[in-house]
Design a protein around this ligand. Structure first.
Ligand SMILES: Cc1ncc(COP(=O)(O)O)c(C=O)c1O
Length: 396
């Protein structure tokens, strides 16, 4: 038996979570009865709409739903997600071959990579990024190739350069817009360029659409499947976590390219028996009846964003409002840049009692920023910005 878990073959490739440092400090403060405003993890604080919970309770009372479910998801739920795609994006999907239910987006991402990527296959994604985008590739023994993304156009240019100059052609592009943590949003034309490149070079595309519905100021995030011919090379991953406040329920979907979906279905048939059936039944109700709830959830995040942006600017910290996601990606104030994002986040927690995520946790190209998650109410956000203002003033 190895001395420490770090000796295990796969574990040694996974560095300890950077966010754990901040989480530990926050837990210690809270244990000492100190009130910390937690804008760290992107964990939605709102309740799941009541009709969904009621349906889940009703279905859980029926013994028929206590058995193993189907690994690829019950047919009615797969039908319902295809109806939502038709209504929202004008995209036609075959519920049998082009849709699979997953245990959240994370399951879809990790196991799709596991199913399709082998030793040294290059997977290109923007950096900074949600950690599983990089480490899912590493766990599958692929080569995680990170391109900087100060903005979407620069990423696209760098991608075109890579196709022109690299001897190792990417096997897959792994992207996600609205983007966590940078909040970068794109239009359909960006996806057209991605699909064109992927088709030219025979690359698979995975689009993580976890923030599909969290868009502000009239912006509507496009689905990559709206691009003509996208299904030839691409899948999209949709999650119930943010759109319906169902993060703990663990429901998502992988949609589009039938070959990639068949590969994911095969691997999942070995690994799991699907999501608990009452949860799948309740998810049908969510997709069918809860459009208004999604709108309300989105409007709530927009108000919190406004409170945070206004408060930080007043505190002397210039930030740009987010167009999508539930985050604000803020460059470190000038004079704190040399200390880096982790030390700055620690300082913010210690002096202002506000927890944020250090940008370095999202990869080397996140170092100059911190991420605020909009997961406390407006009043608490205002309280946080006042405390940050006090800290910034006192540190001059
Ligand atoms: C980009 C991105 N993808 C996926 C997820 C996880 O989604 P799920 O809860 O469906 O696994 C998150 C959660 O924060 C995310 O930010």
């Amino acid at each position: 038996m190895p001395e420490s878990t770090d000796d295990f073959y796969r574990i040694q490739k996974l560095p300890p979570y950077v966010f754990a440092v901040i989480n530990e400090m926050r837990a210690k403060a809270r244990a000492a009865q100190i009130d910390v405003i937690d804008l760290g993890m992107g964990n939605p604080d709102g309740a799941t709409p009541r009709v969904i919970v009621n349906k889940m309770v009703e279905a859980a009372r029926n013994a028929k739903n206590h058995r193993y479910s189907q690994s690829r998801g019950i047919p009615k739920l797969r039908e319902e997600i295809t109806k939502r795609y038709r209504a929202n994006y004008g995209v036609e999907l075959d519920p049998d071959k082009e849709a699979i239910v997953t245990i959240g987006a994370k399951d879809a991402l990790a196991h799709l990579l596991f199913a399709t990527i082998g030793p040294d296959d290059a997977v290109v994604s923007p950096n900074p990024a949600y950690p599983i985008h990089q480490y899912g590739v590493i766990m599958a023994e692929g080569h995680a190739c990170m391109l900087p993304m100060p903005d979407a156009a620069t990423f696209l240019n760098r991608l075109e350069d890579l196709y022109r100059t690299s001897t190792r052609k990417p096997k897959m592009l792994l992207i996600s817009f609205p983007h966590n943590p940078t909040t970068t949003c794109v239009d359909l034309d960006f996806f057209r360029q991605i699909i064109r490149l992927a088709q030219e070079h025979g690359t698979m595309v995975v689009h993580d659409f976890a923030y599909a519905d969290l868009c502000f100021d009239g912006y509507k995030a496009p689905s990559i499947l709206q691009v003509e011919g996208a299904k030839e090379v691409a899948v999209e991953i949709f999650s119930m976590s943010k759109s319906y406040n169902m993060a703990g329920w663990r429901v998502g979907f992988c949609l589009g390219n039938s070959k990639m979906i068949a590969a994911l279905a095969r691997i999942k048939s070995y690994l799991d028996y699907g999501v608990f059936q009452p949860i799948q039944i309740a998810s049908i109700i969510a997709l069918r009846e809860c459009e208004e709830d999604t709108r309300k959830i989105c409007a709530m995040y927009q108000k919190r964003r406004d409170a945070l942006v206004t408060g930080l600017r007043r505190a002397g910290w210039p930030v740009t409002p987010t167009q999508g996601t539930m985050f604000l990606w803020a460059p470190l104030p000038e004079r704190f840049r040399p200390m880096g994002s982790l030390e700055f986040s620690k300082l913010l927690l210690e002096k202002a009692l506000v927890a944020v995520s250090p940008g370095i946790g999202f990869g080397p190209m996140g170092e100059s920023h911190v991420r605020f998650a909009l997961v406390e109410n407006e009043q608490r956000i205002r309280q946080a910005t006042r405390a940050i203002g006090g800290f910034l003033k006192s540190s001059h």
